[in-house]
Design a protein around this ligand. Structure first.
Ligand code: SAM
Length: 246
């Protein structure tokens, strides 16, 4: 199956890193706080981070008491940053696609994946492998782009706006067609695999997981007062979080 390594594209990489360096971005405001809210106690735990990127979270997991963290990523550029800026004796960074974790012969207590799995075609294969790699009672916690976003193919206007340009409706099409959708984000042709919410959940339960918590982060009135641009998240969430137990 196809594996995309868009983070090694020079233009994409610099655009993405610049976005992540901004203090105010959706990751800092919504994604990371929700991830930490759902994180189990990591004390003494063996953690696997699927698509660890530049490794900031891996360092945080060590600070939260993890015994060791293995961070894997398909992008050598992201791993270069991880190894130079976020090294730690307890962390091992591996250049490995998530699709190849069947080659790992090790047990983990917690598998975490932050905004990666919408890039993966064979979600079912990954879920089965995560289940196999987890110890009994282990936790699989991941975020992905919300299915209401991954169905967007770029073939229509994302938003209906009023005469002042304010977003009043999010336009949704093809939600029930599960397919690869390419869109433009820093560069053209960034592929995401759209799966319905039901498919995500049923794939997990079919593999043996128990769903523990679902989150769809969105701002509160206080946050929107401070950052009014984020009021479009009242129409639709950007991210979906699932916490599942073995
Ligand atoms: C949005 S970034 C998130 C990085 C990190 N998890 C974080 O939250 O800061 C997505 C990461 O997933 C990686 N990625 C995308 N497809 C992948 C795949 N098939 N296997 C492994 N890593 C992948 C990218 O290289 C990139 O580092």
């Amino acid at each position: 199956m196809a594996k995309q390594n868009i983070y090694d594209n020079e233009t994409f990489f610099s655009g993405y890193m610049e976005l992540r360096k901004r203090e105010v971005n959706a990751n800092n405001l919504f994604e990371i706080p929700t991830l930490y809210k759902l994180l189990p106690d990591l004390t003494g735990k063996r953690v696997l981070d699927l698509g660890c990127g530049s490794g900031e979270r891996c360092v945080d997991y060590m600070k939260r008491g993890a015994l060791k963290v293995t961070g894997i990523d398909i992008s050598e550029k992201m791993l270069e940053v991880a190894r130079s800026e976020n090294a730690d004796p307890g962390i091992t960074y591996l250049n490995m696609p998530v699709e190849d974790i069947d080659s790992i012969d090790e047990e983990f207590d917690v598998v975490i994946s932050s905004l990666v799995l919408h890039y993966v075609e064979d979600f079912q294969g990954v879920v089965k492998n995560v289940y196999r790699l987890l110890s009994e009672g282990g936790i699989f916690l991941f975020s992905q782009e919300h299915p209401i976003n991954t169905c967007y193919s770029g073939n229509f206007d994302r938003w209906t706006r009023d005469e002042n340009g304010r977003k009043i409706y999010a336009n949704v099409a093809d939600y029930c067609i599960e397919q690869k959708n390419d869109h433009t984000w820093f560069v053209e042709g960034v592929s995401r695999y759209h799966r319905m919410f039901s498919t995500v959940i049923n794939t997990l339960t079919d593999a043996g997981f128990r769903i523990m918590r679902i989150e769809e982060p969105h701002p509160d009135e206080e946050l929107v007062k401070k950052y009014p641009d984020y009021d479009d998240l009242f129409h639709k969430p950007d991210f979906l979080f699932v916490k599942a137990g073995k």
